[in-house]
Ligand binder design. Structure first.
Ligand SMILES: [Zn+2]
Length: 143
């Protein structure tokens, strides 16, 4: 359930600053900085960073493909590894989201980054068996 950003919303012949992009796509500046970390190319290292519209468009197209890549049962997509990963057993917890969904959270077993994934409530029992046990966020903090 990752957000989709329309790659065609930016103009390929324009230069964008981090705040321009944040405004254009209605995201936080940190999200844009995260995109840079994940491979969005800057024109150079001078601040404020400038990003070419054509680079932004290509990056957002890639992002869509990445987000479409399905995870196996019990895997969460790690944005740091750019790959589906199994969470570390002891890091797994869940947070109710609404009546039909919850958020499965855990740390990547390769790079230790925080990962999360929306899951259907009906999958909870199966996931709890799969991981031996997953505690709800609240309960984990209390214990
Ligand atoms: Zn990872």
């Amino acid at each position: 359930m990752a957000k989709r950003y329309n790659p065609n919303k930016c103009k390929i012949n324009r230069n964008y600053t981090v705040s321009d992009i944040a405004k254009l796509y209605g995201v936080h500046k940190n999200t844009v900085k995260n995109w840079i970390k994940r491979g969005l190319k800057k024109i150079d290292n001078h601040r404020p960073y400038l990003i070419l519209g054509s680079e932004l468009r290509e990056f957002l197209k890639d992002l869509r493909t990445i987000n479409k890549r399905p995870c196996e049962f019990g895997e969460i997509y790690c944005f740091c590894c750019n790959s589906a990963r199994e969470p570390l057993q002891e890091s797994i917890e869940f947070e109710p989201y609404n009546l039909s969904l919850f958020v499965l959270k855990g740390r990547c077993n390769i790079c230790n980054s925080l990962m999360n994934k929306y899951q259907r409530l009906e999958d909870l029992a199966r996931l709890q068996r799969y991981f031996a046990v997953i505690l709800p966020l609240q309960q984990k903090r209390l214990s």
